[in-house]
Design a protein. Structure first.
Ligand code: HAM
Length: 411
């Protein structure tokens, strides 16, 4: 027997309806904020991600699914932002609409060690607003993330926010960290010793208690931000207060992708355990230019759908009202096929007993399917040109003329 690859999931029909609810709700909320859907390939050139996410990021170092073909190396997308910026530039959206609000829903791939909430194929619901550096857009995007969570009936999440500043500020912070940490390497964990060499900013959000103590001792706040970035961050925080969004300023939040500048945020939920990030995002004001597009600001975020489903409390929508046909005998089955066609042409969801069950067995099946109505067609009914309709809610049963069936069911 074949088994699925570790870190991947089958979404079976019962669960798929929860996915549909979340996706439907997301689409509605994105359109409230005037975002339009974009669908880009799940496979891109490897170098697109190398250039965007940063050579030293964990994703590039060890989590890419690579496919070699002749002299090309492709990658299954580990995230959505890089591919969308590539598409924005390649399709001249910068010229056609300049400022674009785009959303996406789809699978991402990372070669991680699978555990609860950490998969090798997982799904993002995300968005990117490309073409503006305006601080109000950061506020709107965090409000959008917050509204999506409310739409998914998620409670008890925390929004953590920080500013990394512009590229120059990030360099400045790197220097500050270098100076502050170079004599404390023996107190840092093994990973942070590597980070010290390849990606020093990531030491700030190490989860190891001892590393946290060392980092706290450095007393890093916003002093490394230039006046413009400081002002931008103040506007964002004031705006969030204005629209009543609760947040926590988290001076050690840095994020694992190199493209971020200025505002970064992460939304966590205690119930998720070790992998507590429901979603994350931020500004990436240099990425469009770095991928050979014009210089323009951008901001976005993505939620992990599998993690959302671990904490979403929405009851699934009630199933569609299904009509279930039980034909008794070959003649009745032929007649039922015609009637099914008729019902479907009139947008009435229906199904038929196909397994040759007895009337009792077929009624049990109708119950399992939560059918609202059962239609029984036997020899008697065929002779009288009627169908017996059983209302599964009230239990009432009556005969209906075949030609009146659609009108009756539409009631
Ligand atoms: P990210 O933080 O790498 O950001 O991923 C966003 C979310 O995807 C995480 O918060 C988490 O919920 C989920 N996630 C990540 N890895 C896994 C995994 N292995 N298994 C299950 N869920 C996972 C990004 O990808 C950025 N592109 C977000 C963004 C958009 N920034 C700006 N625009």
């Amino acid at each position: 027997m074949f088994k699925r690859i570790p870190g991947t999931k089958d979404i079976l029909p019962d669960e798929a309806s929860l996915w549909q609810n979340i996706e439907e709700s997301a689409r509605k909320i994105f359109s409230l904020y005037n975002y339009r859907e974009i669908r880009v390939p799940v496979i891109e050139e490897e170098s697109l991600f190398n250039r965007s996410l940063g050579q030293s990021s964990e994703i590039i170092q060890k989590q890419m699914f690579l496919i070699r073909h002749q002299n090309d190396v492709y990658a299954l997308r580990p995230e959505g932002t890089a591919g969308i910026v590539r598409s924005y530039i390649e399709n001249n959206l910068d010229k056609k609409e300049s400022f674009a609000k785009l959303y996406y829903i789809g699978p991402m791939f990372r070669l991680e060690r699978p555990q609860k909430g950490r998969l090798r194929q997982f799904h993002h619901i995300g968005c990117e607003a490309i073409g503006s550096g305006c601080a109000s857009l950061d506020i709107e995007i965090i409000s959008l993330a917050d509204r999506l969570l409310k739409g998914f009936c998620v409670e008890g999440y925390k929004i953590k926010i920080n500013s990394l500043g512009c590229a120059k500020d990030k360099k400045e912070l790197t220097v500050v960290l270098h100076k502050g940490l170079k004599n404390k390497l023996d107190k840092l964990c093994l990973d942070c010793n590597t980070r010290f060499k390849v990606n020093i900013l990531r030491i700030l959000d190490c989860k190891n208690d001892q590393c946290r103590e060392v980092v706290k001792g450095l007393n890093i706040h916003e002093e490394y931000l230039c006046p413009d970035c400081k002002r931008h961050f103040e506007i964002v925080l004031k705006g969030l207060d204005l629209v009543n969004i609760k947040y926590e300023v988290s001076p050690y939040l840095v994020r694992g992708l190199d493209y971020y500048t200025r505002t970064v945020f992460e939304i966590t939920h205690e119930e998720l355990g070790a992998q507590d990030a429901l979603g994350a995002g931020g500004r990436y004001d240099n990425l469009v230019k770095e991928l050979d597009g014009p210089e323009m600001g951008a901001v976005g975020f993505a939620f992990g759908v599998e993690r959302l489903l671990l904490v979403a409390r929405c009851a699934p929508h009630a199933g569609k009202s299904l009509v279930y046909f039980i034909p008794l005998g070959d003649e009745a089955r032929k007649e039922a096929l015609k009637l099914l066609e008729d019902l479907r042409a009139n947008a009435i969801a229906c199904d038929m007993e196909y397994e040759g069950k007895s009337l009792k067995g077929a009624m049990r099946k109708a119950n399992d399917l939560q059918a609202k109505v059962v239609l029984i067609l036997g020899e008697d009914e065929l002779k009288k040109n009627v169908v017996t309709l059983k209302d599964m809610v009230s239990g009432e049963q009556r005969e209906i003329k075949k030609e009146d069936l659609v009108a009756e069911l539409k009631k």
